[in-house]
Design a protein around this ligand. Structure first.
Ligand SMILES: C[S@@+](CC[C@H](N)C(=O)[O-])C[C@H]1O[C@@H](n2cnc3c(N)ncnc32)[C@H](O)[C@@H]1O
Length: 268
């Protein structure tokens, strides 16, 4: 029965995503099976034909990508074209840690815009279940490669448009959205669109689907925001925590700022 459900979920149709019946006693097993399926279908990290384009240098790699458990970056891929996207790994890890304190380790957390896995892999280290979306197939291939290289078994990767999610049955506790700040023609992404959907519309949709969600969005530091729960600045970016029901409860400005400041000092 479990295998049957899982197989149905695996049949190419991604409408399975996050529609696993929350109350099903098979939920955990299905997740395990799905994770296993994803692992099995991933290409080997030593895939000889893989061509990921020009790669970033070692310095960028050490700044941006979290070291593996053997403290090296061996085998990890950081394409030069992604240097501008990836969040410094110490910041990503601290954000994951902070989120864990707020919502607990056993939660499902979604990275809506994974790119090659900067934030995804930090989440994977701290949460039991992580689902990561990346729309671009080239970045997705690197994302798969990197997640595999870290040997994370708790990450479900989805090469889909995140804005097409229409329901949550297995509800995530938190979603991280790190939208591209610039469009393909290098103009500023004024509405922080993901696939033509403005950020405000996406937030509204997500809170309609799941009102007790916590959403963390990475934005330029001068970007105007309203109705936020908490906001912290780091260099030229800010992290805005949208948390509708609890936004009074999490008054983390000072705490989160101190926390980021510490992580910045550490990374200098
Ligand atoms: C700024 S990057 C994310 C960087 C990542 N958070 C990190 O720190 O490593 C934004 C990513 O969002 C992806 N993206 C854009 N629109 C998307 C959509 N509708 N669904 C999923 N991913 C999308 C882009 O392809 C890009 O890789």
């Amino acid at each position: 029965m479990q295998t049957e459900i899982a197989n149905n979920l695996f049949c190419g149709d991604h409408s399975w995503q996050l529609v696993i019946n929350k109350n099903s006693k098979h939920e955990t097993k299905i997740k395990e099976l799905y994770t296993q399926h994803i692992q099995d279908s991933r290409p080997s990290i030593n895939e000889p034909t893989a061509d990921f384009g020009p790669l970033a240098d070692d310095y960028k790699m050490s700044k941006l990508l979290m070291p593996k458990s053997d403290f090296t970056h061996d085998g990890l891929i950081l394409p030069k074209s992604c240097e501008k996207y990836v969040t410094c790994w110490k910041i990503s890890l601290n954000i994951a840690l902070k989120l864990k304190k707020m919502i607990g380790r056993d939660s499902l957390v979604i990275d809506a815009t994974a790119n090659i896995g900067g934030i995804t892999t930090a989440l994977a280290k701290h949460f039991r279940y992580v689902a990561a979306y990346e729309i671009n197939p080239d970045y997705f291939r690197v994302l798969e490669h990197n997640v595999n290289c870290y040997n994370f078994k708790n990450v479900t990767l989805i090469n889909e448009d995140f804005t097409t999610i229409s329901q949550f049955v297995t509800k995530p506790k938190a979603i991280i959205i790190d939208p591209p700040w610039y469009n393909h023609d290098a103009s500023f992404n004024q509405d922080m669109n993901l696939s033509e959907v403005p950020l405000t519309e996406l937030l509204t949709n997500l809170f309609t689907l799941c009102p007790d969600l916590l959403i963390l969005v990475k934005l330029p530091d001068n970007y105007p925001v309203a109705n936020y729960a908490s906001i912290v600045f780091y260099k030229k970016m800010k992290f805005v925590i949208y948390d509708l029901p609890n936004w009074q409860k999490f008054n983390l400005d000072k705490e989160f700022q101190d926390f980021l400041r510490l992580s910045v000092q550490e990374s200098l």
